[in-house]
Design a protein around this ligand. Structure first.
Ligand SMILES: [Fe+2]
Length: 218
């Protein structure tokens, strides 16, 4: 990755609170990562049970997802200007009909990022961002890496009409900020591991509440 390109991305980020960096991995690496996630799409882990909703399979803190989170940290720091601690990754396989409702990420996640791996169609499933009332569209084709202030900007996607899209979401906390200690590795001892049972039950409850809220909204 050329530093001059990252300087341009950093200038764009400063102005817009988001930037898309292309080709953070070469095509061969993207293909290998994609094959891995497609092979493990239907393999359940304790954590993934909490997240499998609406045509999407999500793995929390997967070893490969967290490796990508860690390896892209220097690029995210260059683009955003923050010193960051990795929190966690969510590795997702979306299928036709998947949705991503309007939301903001948690305040402890100073910077959010998402990388498109394999997808069909190759143009990808774009993300929409609300920038003070103006909707911006971030193109998320294969290999595109979006870095954004997900805790400030509401973001969402229109329902997915393609065949599949593999996406790794990454969350980082400001290493000099108020959440640094508790949010580093999302409270886990190390990356690439599931949450503890205590953390899982808290999260499970949150998902159940969200599900009930959705039921009543319809
Ligand atoms: Fe988000």
């Amino acid at each position: 990755m050329l530093d001059t390109n990252l300087e341009k991305k950093a200038a764009f980020f400063k102005e817009n609170r988001y930037a898309v960096v292309e080709k953070v991995f070469d095509d061969e690496a993207i293909k290998a990562f994609s094959e891995y996630f497609l092979m493990s799409e239907n393999r359940q882990t304790i954590d993934s049970r909490f997240y499998n909703l609406n045509a999407r399979k999500i793995k929390y803190g997967n070893e490969l997802g967290d490796s990508i989170l860690l390896s892209l940290k220097p690029i995210v720091e260059k683009v955003t200007g923050y010193n960051l601690h990795p929190m966690f990754s969510l590795s997702c396989v979306y299928r036709e009909g998947a949705e991503l409702g309007k939301h903001k990420d948690s305040p402890s996640s100073t910077i959010s990022a998402t990388l498109t791996l394999g997808c069909n169609p190759e143009t990808g499933w774009n993300i929409l961002l609300d920038d003070n009332g103006v909707t911006k569209e971030a193109e998320m084709g294969q290999g595109d890496f979006l870095v954004f202030k997900g805790n400030e900007m509401t973001h969402w996607r229109e329902p997915f009409t393609g065949e599949f899209q593999i996406q790794v979401f990454m969350f980082y906390t400001d290493a000099d900020g108020p959440y640094a200690k508790e949010a580093k590795y999302d409270g886990r001892k190390r990356l690439g591991t599931p949450k503890s049972l205590a953390q899982l039950s808290k999260n499970g409850l949150k998902i159940v509440k969200l599900y009930i809220k959705r039921l009543f909204r319809k």
